[in-house]
Design a protein around this ligand. Sequence first.
Ligand SMILES: C[S@@+](CC[C@H](N)C(=O)[O-])C[C@H]1O[C@@H](n2cnc3c(N)ncnc32)[C@H](O)[C@@H]1O
Length: 210
Amino acid sequence: MTNTPYGEIWRTQPPRFWNWMWQTRCGAVVTERILSLCLEADSIIEIGCGYGHFCKELLKRGWTGSSYLGFDLSDGPATFSEIVPAVVARKADFMGVLAEDSSAIGNVDLIISQAVLCHQAHWLPMTLAAMKHASAIALDVSYVTDEPLHNPRRRDDGCYDTYISEKLLLTEIAALGLPIKVERLYNNKRGCAELLLTTHKRYALRELPK
Ligand SMILES: C[S@@+](CC[C@H](N)C(=O)[O-])C[C@H]1O[C@@H](n2cnc3c(N)ncnc32)[C@H](O)[C@@H]1O
């Protein structure tokens, strides 16, 4: 296990962990919403694509877009990269790739992530980075509570869950004037609330309020 400022590297997690992750996501409202948005998108980036469960489900549902680019810190990408020509998955830190050479990513129709923001030190940097590189974003925040935002807990698997506070999240989005829509949806399989952050407006950093 190696921690980076932008996420924990789950190098040793076996694929069965992602099987469990997927079982509690597929059929759940947030994932179904993200799947339907992806079906309308030609180019997609998935941050934290893991072992490709989402990507494979998208293909099963008939996605025929021109490019899906997945990033994950784990060994997952190698297991499904290029299953069809449009799919490329890289073992990389999404934030690190952007910092080194943002032209390597360019601009896509939609950037998505699931169960990734809740593992970041803060929701904002990754969200802004996604908004900068896509016409639309659909990012979820799992396991939402109103506990203090900057009070990450170390779980027994060594990862930090920030348990992002919905109240603070909404306050920060309003204060920053970000064009982000936040929906609270319930995941029956997990027995917890999840937030879905979306935007359909192309976002430029220069639009930040002064
Ligand atoms: C809880 S898992 C979710 C996996 C998958 N999205 C799902 O819902 O089944 C979080 C994933 O995000 C990845 N991750 C976290 N921060 C990342 C970053 N900065 N860049 C790329 N992947 C990241 C981790 O390696 C891990 O695979």
